[in-house]
Design a binder for this molecule. Sequence first.
Ligand SMILES: *Cc1c(COP(=O)(O)O)cnc(C)c1O
Length: 489
Amino acid sequence: MTSMYDKLIFNLSTEGSEGISLPENDVPDFDFRHGLAEELLRKTDPGLPSVAEPEVVRHFISLSLKNHHIDRGFYPLGSCTMKYNPKINEDLARLDGFVAAHPHFPDSLVQGTLSLLFELQDMLREIAGMDAVTLQPAAGAHGEFTALLMIRAYHNHQKRSPMKIILPDSAHGTNPASVAMAGYEVVQIKSNPEGRVDIDQLARHCNDNLAAFMLTNPNTLGLFESEIQKIAHLVHGAGGLLYMDGANLNALLGITRPGDMGFDVVHFNMHKTFSTPHGGGGPGAGALGVKSNLEPFLPIPIVARKQDRKGTDYFFQDYKRPLSIGKVHSFFGNIGNLVRAYCYIRNLGAAGLSEVSETAIINATYLREKLKSRFELFFKGETMHEFVLSGNKQKARGIKTLDIAKRILDFGIHAPTVYFPLIVPEALMIEPTETESKASLDNFIKIMFQIDDEIDTDPENILSAPHDTPVSRLNEALAAREPDISYQE
Ligand SMILES: *Cc1c(COP(=O)(O)O)cnc(C)c1O
């Protein structure tokens, strides 16, 4: 459905329309250009749209309805953990004390915020079994990059400069990108036939030149790396460090901890596991937990606590860390994400967090067991919070995974992650999360079976899908390179 309010807001502009009406000016005019350098002054009008408040509201509501989001329907996007975010955490993150605090306030005026951040560091430390935490990185990928800088600082401190970072072939794309950005070289190792790390291959690369091994556990196939202790032993034996991509922490809360498995550093995706909605391009948070060997290199500042003369707690930003890699984010990091994460963890408590992961695993296992009767389960192991199907059998009947993904959209459901991880042909990576009801899961199973039936009864209907979305199939490369966002009558 298109609406006249879908036009660009600039095209909705009508001269004389206004969103607000101010009283007549009753003080002398002041020329704000006064004192500004000539070259800083604008030569042309900024051309801002003149639109009345109701039109502005209709414009943005209409656009929001064109998007799929977790508050609208099921979103089984594997790896991304698109789960429902409790609204209470939104309310709390919007409290004036957090929102209105100026980032330049001295520590003494933001004791509440600092004590929350201190406690959050502590809770994440406990959840992951690590020794220290930084809350600064702004995303998972930024956490990876920060960790790699710390890994380099650690090796340099020991007068070493190994250059290789090992990654399994199931790694998320941000891993090799972060490695390249940090100036390291990627060594990719193949997964074994079960979809896990091939220990013999890993062993061959464990030498003097190994800086770190980056691993996702459970890996992106949803499989727990059962040889993790052996892996840790091999990597540490070569003088390397073990990095955990913790974006899949939704599978582990209260069940096991990266620190206990032998990881030296782990990043948390607050916007996947801890109650920040994502997918809209808003800010994220990719806190990092580290073992004591990496602690001196954490970015500054760390939120610390001391007692004042009266014995009361005083929280402050600790900048006196001589081996720190420096700053990676302005001020405190993305506070809204951190407040939501704090509230989410406090709200659920330890027992609640365990239940999150147990339910996420049960939901995924239920879907996997139902769907595998029609879709090939390429790697057969016991998966955790997500699993990867192959559309091989469907492709043999003329319908590719991409076509299935497009047809799913007609049912008000976001498509699973497709064609990732690369080691599964025609991959459909499904992560239902713990916040879906059995009815919602059953509905998804019914739709997947219906689409599978349709391959034989009405393949044209799949090939021409989606039918009910604002736009149907796009030339995706062209749409990304030359986006046409204008309104079509
Ligand atoms: C999402 C994800 C990342 C990257 O996190 P961003 O916050 O998107 O940068 C890294 N690894 C895995 C496995 C992920 O799912």
